[in-house]
Design a protein around this ligand. Sequence first.
Ligand code: TZP
Ligand code: MG
Length: 212
Amino acid sequence: MERNILRRYLVAGPQDFPGRSLAEVTERLRLLLNSGITTFQFRDKGAVYASAAERLAFANQIRQLADEAQVMFIMNDDVALAKAVNADGLHIGQADTRLVEARQDLPASMLIGLSVRNAVEMQAAQASGADYLGVGPIFPTRSKSDAAPALGIDGLVNILALNELPTVGIGGIALDNLSLLSRTSLDGVAVISMLTRSRNLDKTIDQFKRYW
Ligand code: TZP
Ligand code: MG
């Protein structure tokens, strides 16, 4: 895959906009998708939908918005939903649907991203068949309640030495560490709160583009 497309990677779903209706989340995501990001991962920790049909309709709508914004669309975890909305890729965690099974189930063109939390997982990921990796959390995060311990910048650099695959870093990435991370071998950085909680999106994106 083209590594550059991972540069500015937004991860988000309804849970990242607490207190907002689905219609409000759609509008916010429309703005974010058109802000200058290069990849979007729809990470849906759900429970906000009245039915499976409503969830599918919402996912389809966001997929469409990503298309219009010419942003790569990755579905978190859900193989069936990734297929249903014709996502560009699927992102799975170590505990999720096994990669080999997902690969068999998905069209050949669909990318698979895999989360990696430590050196052992990084080593194993090299021959896993994943197209790209997400490594983290790098710094402490408030956006994932069951996140593994933060690697820190030294931990990240050590792990990246074992890696040859396209890779994004994730976890606690904020305006004040973009520059530091730009000096690692990461291909991109994945953020939730830096963008979903930004109070000045134009300014945040300007800074983001400055380093990534
Ligand atoms: N996986 C590892 S850390 C994380 C995920 C989904 C959350 C990242 O959120 P934030 O707000 O960018 O720290
Ligand atoms: Mg998962």
